[in-house]
Design a protein around this ligand. Structure first.
Ligand code: F0G
Length: 462
């Protein structure tokens, strides 16, 4: 009742659910997981899912904030689901941050994916990929990563022992919090010369040649898990559909999964309104913005699946010719060749979306506000908040519109960026942030260094 299908409408090639593929063998496009919904027990309304409230003793549907919505991603039997308790996240009514963004109090929410076992949204997808990988009998799993996918793969491998983890990361490109996770959880960690785009190219080749199960977001099963981030947002809003979802864009897996979630909910008659989506690039990794927005390349549109592939090809060729590399303090989204570009275009069309770019300065200022608001996030996540602020300023998001920003990763993932922003060490600031054109830290909470004179008063016995 589930199958894989090429998203290219001129191809539409179908594959069985137990085939391991990263793209369509006939035309090279991305694959979706799809369902014969008519033959499946689809709930009549979304509040059906309320019976699976969290708890460790109600089986996997209560233990996991992903599999709780199993009926909307039933690609394998219930008995085969793998879970380590992912998706037990919160939606914060972010009153303090809302005034920074310019949205009315009570209308602005942060979906905090940092609460996942490995501290990022990736676990939503990894539980689905592990379920599929284990089902097809894979013994090893691999990914390229800017850090969070590798941390997520590593924790699932360590906790479930179902597959061994091999991770490819760009050397010097990964925040320490994330690298420390991959090492601590025992993943085989390969640091390649180059960045994420190089690493993804490499790992796709290695996975194919060595028969290793690939868990990057070109794996369509992973994206099924990431749909549930949207289900939880709706759930926590009492099944209201927000006006806006704002999400950072890197490899564009989330944007793709969110769009698919709303396409399916709408098709199944479970929602009667489609939210708009805003995908936020970092200025230094802005391929989607260049292609979709008013950038140099033009206006690329999904166009019912017949998007302008030449435009993409030319853009990438130019990037190669100019040796242009992604560069941003938001290392998680430091990606110039987003693998899910086409699916993100589909999302943008269905959700009447917009794409914006924000500077590293805007990202770090927004990050400081999110921290001061009582959750905290890593730089890439703050891009969503900076983007929301921008969209309010330009009048695209109305101040009364119900808006949800996705905080994709935990505050502790990238301590260097945080300490450099808040700290008093000018050299550390310059070395860490200077190369990203971050020059000020207007929301810094500077630590206080005592003078010798003060120390004598504080510690008279020394
Ligand atoms: N935010 C964080 C914290 C991320 O780690 C990523 C992606 C994104 C946003 C972008 O999400 O790719 O779905 O558009 N990190 C990947 C990784 C690339 O390797 O960990 P996307």
């Amino acid at each position: 009742m589930a199958y894989q299908i090429c998203i290219n409408p001129d191809c539409g090639q179908r594959y069985e659910v137990d085939q391991v593929l990263h793209s369509c063998e006939a035309c090279g496009e991305l694959l979706d997981v799809d369902y014969e919904w008519d033959l499946l027990p689809v709930p009549e309304s979304l509040n059906y899912f309320e019976r699976f409230r969290f708890g460790s003793f109600g089986g996997v549907r209560c233990f996991s904030g992903v599999w709780r919505y199993y009926d909307l991603l039933p690609f394998l039997p219930l008995a085969s689901l793998v879970s380590i308790g992912e998706g037990r996240t919160i939606l914060q009514d972010a009153v303090f941050v809302s005034s920074y963004v310019g949205i009315d109090s009570g209308r602005f929410f942060l979906q905090y994916e940092g609460l996942n076992p490995s501290g990022s949204f990736k676990d939503n997808g990894m539980t689905a990929a592990f379920t599929h990988g284990a089902f097809v009998g894979a013994k090893r799993a691999a990914c390229a990563s800017t850090g969070n996918t590798s941390a997520s793969l590593a924790i699932y491998a360590a906790a479930t022992r179902l597959m061994e983890a091999v991770v490819f990361v760009g050397s010097g490109k990964i925040a320490y919090g994330k690298l420390s996770q991959a090492l601590d959880y025992g993943a085989k960690t390969i640091q390649i010369q180059g960045d994420f785009d190089d690493a993804l190219l490499k790992v796709r080749q290695v996975a194919r040649e060595a028969g290793i199960y690939l868990v990057n977001s070109v794996n369509p099963f992973r994206l099924e898990g990431q749909k549930t981030i949207m289900f939880r947002v709706l759930d926590d809003l009492g099944w209201r559909v927000p006006d806006w979802i704002v999400v950072p864009g890197g490899n564009l897996g989330n944007a793709s999964a969110f769009g698919k979630a709303f396409i399916e909910l709408s098709k199944l008659g479970l929602i009667d309104k489609i939210p708009r989506i805003a995908i936020i690039n970092a200025l230094g990794a802005n391929t989607l913005h260049q292609l979709y927005g008013d950038g140099e390349a033009g206006k690329l549109r999904w166009n019912g699946g017949r998007y302008d592939k030449e435009m993409v090809k030319n853009f990438y060729e130019k990037m190669t010719l100019e040796s242009r590399k992604a560069n941003t303090i938001a290392s998680a989204i430091e990606i110039n060749r987003p693998a899910n570009l086409s699916k993100a275009l589909r999302t943008l069309e269905f959700c009447n979306g917009v794409v914006r770019e924000v500077t590293d300065q805007q990202i770090l200022d927004a990050k400081a506000i999110v921290g001061a608001g009582g959750l905290g996030c890593e730089p890439a996540s703050a891009a969503a908040v900076a983007g929301a602020k921008l969209l309010v300023e330009e009048g695209t998001i109305g101040k009364e519109q119900l808006t949800v920003c996705i905080l994709t990763g935990h505050q502790l993932k990238d301590p260097n960026a945080t300490v450099a922003y808040h700290g008093t060490d000018q050299n550390f600031f310059k070395n860490t942030l200077g190369k990203f054109n971050v020059t000020s830290a207007q929301f810094a909470n500077k630590p206080i260094t005592t003078t010798d004179e003060q120390n004598k008063i504080l510690y008279p016995d020394r």
